[in-house]
Write a protein that binds this ligand. Sequence first.
Ligand SMILES: [Zn+2]
Length: 268
Amino acid sequence: MLDKQKYYSDFEAKKLICEIGRRIYAKNFVAANDGNISVKVGPSTIWTTPTGVSKGFMTPDMMVKMDLSGKVLSGKMKPSSEVKMHLRVYNENPEVNAVVHAHPPVATSFAIAGIALDKPVSSEAVVLLGRVPLAPYALPGTQEVPDSVAPFCKDYNAVLLANHGALTWGTDLIQAYYRMESLEHYALMLMYSNNIINKVNELNCDQVSDLIIIRESMGIKTGGVPPCGLGDSEISPAKQPDHTPSKDEIIESVVRKVTQEVLKNYVK
Ligand SMILES: [Zn+2]
């Protein structure tokens, strides 16, 4: 991953966008020509994906370079109309260096149901992703879309777009992509526990605040705090797990998970 405020070169950015595009397509996070990806290569310039192309079949020469006002600087193709939402994230939060938009089916189903992903049910999701709010529905391609995500760009790492999809961002493209993976994984676990197993033991407020301490010690200041103490899901009566993990056990498990994620990034 990149150090803070260090940017990819043009060559690296275009190559990495193609790689992440192949991954979001292979993982079924997008269908046909859906989705878009962008990466900063300077304080006010980005490379982004073109309109009308499958994210699974892109080549570096298809990419479009733009400034943060939306002016095209180079590239033979047109940018996606949804790039407005990316530009808004960069303009609202200068620490963001990459944005990924996709329609992952489970998370998007929550967005269709109008349900934010904010239940504290998974320690990894609380630490690495945080609370995922729901932005109100906006017609794709219009100014309403960037306006709908603007309130969330500073304090969160991801947002669901009602009846549309999901948007994640990060200090580099790998982090923005991993947040999209974590978001869909978290949505899938919520769906299984809520609708297949029909039982959800939510983390209590002490457990959530321990996780927030771990998250802050990792330098992650964003993600919000999932609401706790509201009782478990309506499907099952409130019940705490038989074994409440100690702080050391939680730290050990989070460190293990983070190590696995880092290794996954290097061992390809
Ligand atoms: Zn979309």
